[in-house]
Design a binder for this molecule. Sequence first.
Ligand SMILES: NC(=O)c1ccc[n+]([C@@H]2O[C@H](COP(=O)([O-])OP(=O)(O)OC[C@H]3O[C@@H](n4cnc5c(N)ncnc54)[C@H](O)[C@@H]3O)[C@@H](O)[C@H]2O)c1
Length: 446
Amino acid sequence: MKKHVAVIGTGYVGLVTGACLAEIGHSVVCVDNNKKKIAVLKKGGVPIYEPGLGEVIQRNRKNGRLSFATSIADGMKKAEYVFIAVNTPPKPDGEADLSYVEAVAREVARLLSRYTLIVDKSTVPVHTGEKVKQVLRLHGRPDADFDVVSNPEFLREGTAVKDFLHPDRVVVGVESKRAERAMRELYAPLKGPLIVTDIKSAELIKHSSNSFLAMKISFINAVAGICERTGADVTKVAEGMGHDPRIGKSFLKAGLGFGGSCFPKDLSAYIKMAEEAGYDFELLKSVQKINAEQRRWVVKRLKKALWTLRGKTVAVWGLAFKPDTDDLRNAPALDIIAELCEEGCLVRAHDPVAMNLAKPRLKGVYFARDAYDAAKGADAVALVTEWGEYKELDMKKVRALVHTPVFLDGRNLFDPDGLVALGFQVHAVGRPSAALPASAVGRTPL
Ligand SMILES: NC(=O)c1ccc[n+]([C@@H]2O[C@H](COP(=O)([O-])OP(=O)(O)OC[C@H]3O[C@@H](n4cnc5c(N)ncnc54)[C@H](O)[C@@H]3O)[C@@H](O)[C@H]2O)c1
């Protein structure tokens, strides 16, 4: 049955949520106070890079189920459900900044005119549902009829549309049977299991899930460090571990660590939240520490390969925090390039989609036309983001373009033997360095 939905906040999560709720038959207004963003959407553009999203938006704009507005009042005219999907950035001490959520809740309170579900989609710490309810009571009419729901989002940038439409699970934290029924009706067209909990548990599911995944990444990166010190191969270790269904293969890929808008901030927020609840979450602090150290791998390896770095030219392939997105938030490439520049390197960078966003953030860097152009005259090439198209490159041509054939595979994308056969000296995370003298492997701690 068609429902009327307002989604407040039209970023990665809000736009995907709004477009996909329209796709499954609902009538949705996506609201954002960023007028430029809404103007782009109203003209038929898409302000973010997300595979498949443009088609879903266009289809649902044409059939009249999806529209855009800059004011919450316009978005809420018919809304039975109001999704809050605004940003929850970290404060300097790591705590989640909930002022955007609070501001929306305040405005929504004043506009409530029928029974409405206020659904929190933003990632928020435990107890936020209670606080939102408090704001709605404080600023709304005394007889306002509403339910607050926690509905954390698990989509991944790059596969967001697919993740939303074919979810592993949909989590809804509710306080009443009425809210549970309404959420079941809203999500009825989706096939994934609907997990119904209390609000606090739903809030904790999100932070616990992201922190667990980040922990898996840091774990395998720590193992990669052991492999580098012992001559073992982390890709083989991970394969052997991953076949155990209790462990699983996903998120066991050693690399340059995690980034993005979610894992780093959600970890910090969880540590802070635990601290406030009287628990020192030391495990997660180690996860952060390992991740920060992992970003230094490129420069450490370069020093091993090239000795001094001042004046050396380094090609950096990949800027986005992961492939298939243009998102640069907390991208390892930004820290790596900053460290390379500090060391006096000349950086030639390339990314298939994130170049325009990166330009204002990376001063003094040459932005290459393509990966080949980046490699031209380089003393070393560092693969930082594992875009599939890099794997398709003609590495023989790259070999001919570079000044010295040092290749750092920060994501274990390439077969090192293939590169060695082309004459490259290969450094790969957690794997023995190919074409280095055997005596150098396993002796020198990194
Ligand atoms: N990006 C992801 O992969 C992802 C995945 C799961 C959960 N989340 C969570 O979802 C939330 C949103 O993340 P995002 O990546 O979409 O953020 P985003 O920064 O891309 O989008 C947030 C949007 O909210 C808008 N906004 C802020 N205040 C507003 C207001 N008062 N009225 C109208 N619009 C307002 C901003 O202009 C912005 O467009 C965060 O809590 C995040 O942690 C993100």
